[in-house]
Design a protein around this ligand. Structure first.
Ligand SMILES: [Ca+2]
Ligand SMILES: [Ca+2]
Ligand SMILES: [Ca+2]
Length: 322
């Protein structure tokens, strides 16, 4: 299912709440226009149909994200062993910072600096970020993010020859960002860690969060579509899947997959395995510190066509102007 940048997020939300069922609309099989009179009408019809097709195909869509308050909101996933003592992983998510605070952490697995398997956090207040393994393998950007949605992918391959081979950060696909490394990236992640994978903070205890205990450098903003893989994904794989929701059963190297589509409650479900997350310290009311309509992506499974006599799935471009 392809996902599109979502300026239709609010539309989708309204449709979803109203049931949003697909409708077959009985209309002439082709639309004819006088060119002088019809262009404006055609444009309006196209916009309407875009909405129609969007609505029809988001009936079953799952399109929420989580808003973190920047104070203490986290998702506590627990000890994901697939990140411990390994030489490869990929961690990716859609992330929208609402503020850049030094050390502010989108996600991490650690209890202390020495057992860190994974981190993605701000390295300054300007939008530069750093990623790292253990306490010596930090790589920092010198090209800042903006306060907008970005797809961020951390790719670790300890078998790489150089730091830049071992640890890569992709921002919105494309080529890896140039990183400045603090030291040598380890060949494996720390082996014996009981550390907890946390979304929305770097975490400094092995026990589950009670209140705000253990929450450090919390994240303010929104996150969606968080995925952990047990391999170093390629640039092409990242690019080809960043706008798509995945079918977990078809992805053997996918370890954990969080769609953030629950929309209520305190559980963030793992669509691949059993590493379900628990929301801690969220207000769960209002437009922040809560589930929100995702501003990232909108699933649309069908191409768009103006032949409205066909079922939505079979639409193809079919506009004729006279
Ligand atoms: Ca989502
Ligand atoms: Ca472990
Ligand atoms: Ca809170």
């Amino acid at each position: 299912m392809k996902l599109y940048q979502a300026r239709f997020a609010s539309q989708h939300s309204r449709v979803a709440r109203n049931g949003g069922q697909r409708k077959n609309v009985a209309q002439p099989t082709r639309l004819f226009f006088n060119r002088e009179k019809g262009l404006a009408f055609a444009f309006i019809m196209l916009l309407s149909l875009v909405f129609f097709v969007s609505a029809a195909n988001t009936a079953s869509a799952v399109n929420n994200a989580l808003s973190f308050d920047g104070t203490d909101d986290i998702v506590d996933i627990g000890d994901v062993n697939s990140l411990d003592g390994v030489s490869q992983y990929t961690a990716e998510a859609w992330v929208r910072f609402s503020v850049f605070t030094t050390n502010e952490t989108a996600f991490a697995k650690r209890t202390s600096d020495t057992d860190r398997a994974l981190v993605l956090q701000c390295s300054d207040t300007s939008g530069n970020v750093r990623i790292g393994v253990s306490n010596v393998g930090y790589g920092s950007t010198s090209s800042p993010l903006s306060l907008a949605w970005h797809h961020l992918a951390v790719v670790y391959n300890g078998g790489g020859a150089s730091n830049s081979d071992r640890l890569k950060l992709y921002v919105d696909g494309g080529t890896p960002r140039s990183l400045t490394f603090s030291d040598t990236v380890p060949t494996t992640t720390p082996a014996s860690s009981g550390s907890r994978l946390v979304i929305g903070a770097e975490y400094n205890l092995t026990t589950p969060v009670i209140g705000t205990t253990g929450v450090v450098v919390p994240f303010g903003g929104q996150i969606d579509e968080f995925r952990i893989w047990n391999v170093a994904r390629s640039a092409t794989e990242i690019q080809n899947n960043m706008y798509s929701q995945l079918t977990p059963a078809s992805e053997p190297n996918l370890v954990a997959y969080y769609k953030f589509d629950e929309g209520s409650g305190t559980t963030l479900g793992d669509s691949k395995g059993s590493n379900h997350g628990t929301l801690k310290n969220f207000a769960l009311t209002g437009t922040s510190s809560n589930w929100v309509a995702s501003g990232v992506v909108i699933p649309i499974s069908a191409p768009i066509d103006l032949n409205m006599n066909k079922p939505v799935e079979s639409y193809s471009t079919d506009i004729e102007l006279k």
